[in-house]
Design a protein around this ligand. Structure first.
Ligand code: RUB
Length: 309
């Protein structure tokens, strides 16, 4: 696929969700590498930059590209082969991590539980589906997730798996929290200090959960942890167009709208993060980054997407 067209699919949210974006970028880079005839390094670097400049918040995209672009080789063919291998490795990391998280996470869900989820996280859904497959009777409350209605996707995916699901408006979370046994959400990014960046509204849900003493669980593969935050960088919160929030008529009257796509939930509100290397407290985020994502290179200098030396 053409790189610009691929980038547009991510930007327009035809391809969305942190894991899907990472998988898609890996696949696109792999296919592009197969076609490059000369100037391999430059061409791949350009393609990576175009993909990176689509949505800024989910670090999975950065981690996928960074992983793949660490290919090595003397000849063009060697480089191509190594890049393809690395892209395939990353894709299989996504698959195996999600499966493992589902196995780890379902143990937290008891028979008869009502779960609440927000937005549309393939990883949180994998955990819920696994609990259902293990024979636990569960009900799910799914928030609509305005303004893009990802909650509808979640509701359909759960219903198709035979799970009882109820959709509520985002502002009804506190009203229903007393009926909830556990909140489970996905992650776009986990920072070095254990904070969660996820769909706008997640932090309000965490606040309600804490007030009601309901466990707040995050399902996040280790490639959702941000090495850049170790180097002191803050996570950029994507702000999308006002047109996603208000009809043209109101915008035409000069009424403004703000549309941040994500928010930050501090680690004090998080009970546990389910990763493929275990169920960890958010305080462990630093070690996950250090052990899994190449700590030295980050402190060395600004992380490069291409390191061809
Ligand atoms: C999606 C979102 C999801 C995470 C995790 O936001 O916030 O909770 O990306 O998803 P958007 P997954 O719809 O704006 O991309 O678990 O599938 O990686």
């Amino acid at each position: 696929m053409d790189i610009l067209a691929a980038a547009e699919k991510i930007r327009s949210m035809e391809v969305r969700g942190a894991s899907r974006i990472a998988r898609f970028a890996a696949q696109v880079l792999k296919e592009y590498a197969m076609k490059v005839r000369d100037n391999f390094d430059e061409e791949m670097k350009k393609a990576s930059q175009i993909l990176l400049n689509t949505r800024p918040t989910a670090v999975s995209l950065f981690n996928a590209i960074n992983y793949i672009m660490r290919y090595r080789g003397r000849s063009l063919e060697e480089k191509r082969e190594d890049l393809i291998r690395r892209a395939e490795e990353f894709i299989s990391w996504i698959d195996t991590a999600q499966k493992r998280i589902a196995e780890i996470g379902e143990k937290r869900i008891k028979d008869g539980y009502t779960l609440l989820t927000h937005c549309n996280s393939s990883t949180a859904i994998a955990v819920i589906k696994k609990a259902h497959e293990m024979g636990k009777r569960i009900e799910v409350i799914a928030t609509e997730s305005r303004p893009r209605w990802q909650g509808h996707l979640t509701a359909k995916q759960l219903k198709n798996a035979g799970i009882d699901v109820t959709v509520i408006v985002d502002s009804a979370v506190r009203f229903f929290m007393k009926e909830v046994d556990m909140v489970i959400v996905g992650a776009d990014t986990v920072t070095a200090n254990g904070a969660l960046i996820n769909k706008i509204g997640t932090s309000q849900i965490a606040l309600c959960a804490k007030e009601a003493r309901v466990p707040f669980v995050v399902a996040a593969e280790t490639y959702k942890f941000s090495p850049r935050t170790l180097a002191g960088e803050l996570v950029l919160i994507e702000e999308r167009s006002a047109e996603e929030v208000l009809p043209k008529e109101l915008l035409g009257m000069g009424i403004k709208a703000r549309n941040p796509a994500f928010d930050v939930t501090p680690r004090d509100y998080i009970d546990v993060i389910l990763t493929e290397i275990g169920a960890i407290p958010p305080e462990m985020a630093y070690f996950v980054i250090k052990e899994r994502l190449g700590y030295e290179e980050i402190l060395d200098e600004e992380m490069k997407i291409c390191d061809f030396d």
